[in-house]
Design a protein around this ligand. Structure first.
Ligand code: NAD
Length: 325
């Protein structure tokens, strides 16, 4: 059935890809973001450039809408979220977006909300061992996220769940684990590790070196964007509300990630470790719950996703250097 859908944050990475998928499925889509998409204009029926912290914008956005995908957030990689310099803005901006979207959506009769939470909600003390982090959904409490970004996500999870409990609003909540792929932020300070590594490798001359924050032995898993979109759609169509991890269980160290990208690029580079904001020591998705409730697991290997992402970022760096030459 053709639905009227709102995607908040459609000028961003995941939101942009989600609009494409929802349009392919035949829906009518309204997109809202502070800015237009930098790399690929999403094929929305309507694109509102507006600030969802503004009550008037948030109220207008949900008018006549059946379902909301709420992906707008004050967001970035470790360089943005873990220095502490943006804590007040991150908490205030993202919480306001969620408070407005949910309240006005509820008033306007929106039937279902998807909320994009994060692996950053998991307690820091369960992620100190790089080889054995614990990120099962039921380990979220007692809560101890290592960033204000994580605390805001946890607050907003609770907000969506409370609306479901008190007002019968249908909600679906996913905790994303490091989503990467083409058409995402790759430079400027808000990029995340896979994009940053692809950029550094593509800009380096063969035989040179790249910088990696910390000793590079910190571990993470990374999920390719197409898989994330599939997980979101399956969750939204199911009767399972979550919160549930959407991630990959293929955990690697950041050093290994860098080596993989070098192999893809066909370059031999040395890794120069420097100080930088790091986040937790180890993190991996735990997919047991999503596997059992939705029968879902990622299909692509990290390597396959990185090949596509590297190709796209290498093209972006070439385009930029041609423009500035
Ligand atoms: P992104 O930064 O590319 O997209 C977020 C978008 O929200 C941006 O385009 C931004 O302009 C928009 N936005 C911010 N403030 C706004 C406001 N006041 N009004 C309107 N729009 C506003 O990030 P993304 O990677 O696409 O992430 C999407 C969602 O998924 C976010 O909520 C993020 O916290 C969550 N998430 C992402 C990851 C990941 O690895 N990418 C991991 C965990 C959670």
């Amino acid at each position: 059935m053709r639905k009227r859908i709102l995607v908040n944050g459609a000028g961003g990475f995941i939101g942009g890809h989600l609009v494409k998928r929802l349009k392919t499925e035949g829906n009518w889509v309204r997109a809202v973001d502070l800015k237009r998409h930098e790399f690929a204009e999403p094929p929305a029926d309507e694109f509102i450039v507006g600030d969802l912290r503004d009550q008037q914008v948030a109220r207008g956005a949900v008018e006549g809408i059946d379902e909301v995908y709420q992906l707008a957030a004050d967001m970035g990689g470790a360089g943005y979220l873990f220095t502490g310099a943006h804590d007040a803005a991150v908490l205030h901006n993202s919480a306001t977006i969620n408070l407005n979207t949910l309240e006005f959506g509820h008033q306007a009769g929106v039937k279902k909300f998807f909320y994009s939470s994060s692996a950053c909600i998991y307690p820091e003390h369960n992620q100190t061992d790089p080889d054995n982090p614990k990120c099962s959904e039921d380990s979220a409490y007692p809560a101890a996220p290592d960033s204000e970004y994580g605390w805001e996500k946890l607050f907003s999870e609770r907000l969506y769940l409370a609306y479901q409990r008190n007002y019968g609003t249908q909600v679906r909540i996913a905790r994303f684990h490091n989503i990467f792929g083409p058409e995402g932020t790759w430079t400027g300070g808000k990029e995340k590790a896979p994009a940053a590594v692809c950029r550094k490798v593509s800009e380096a001359r063969d035989g040179g070196s790249i910088e990696v924050w910390g000793d590079g032995r910190q571990t993470r898993s990374f999920l390719y964007i197409d898989e994330c979109i599939e997980g979101i759609r399956r969750l939204m169509e199911s009767d399972f509300m979550g919160p549930v991890n959407i991630g990959s269980e293929e955990m690697v160290s950041i050093n290994r990630l860098a080596e993989m990208v070098m192999e893809i690029a066909g370059k031999k580079l040395s890794i120069h470790h420097i100080e930088g904001p790091l986040g937790v020591r180890g993190r991996n998705s735990d997919n047991r719950l999503i596997q059992s409730r939705l029968g879902w697991a990622p299909m692509y290997s990290l390597r396959q996703g990185l090949e596509k992402t590297y190709r796209w970022i290498a093209t972006q760096t070439e385009l930029t250097s041609t423009k500035t030459a």
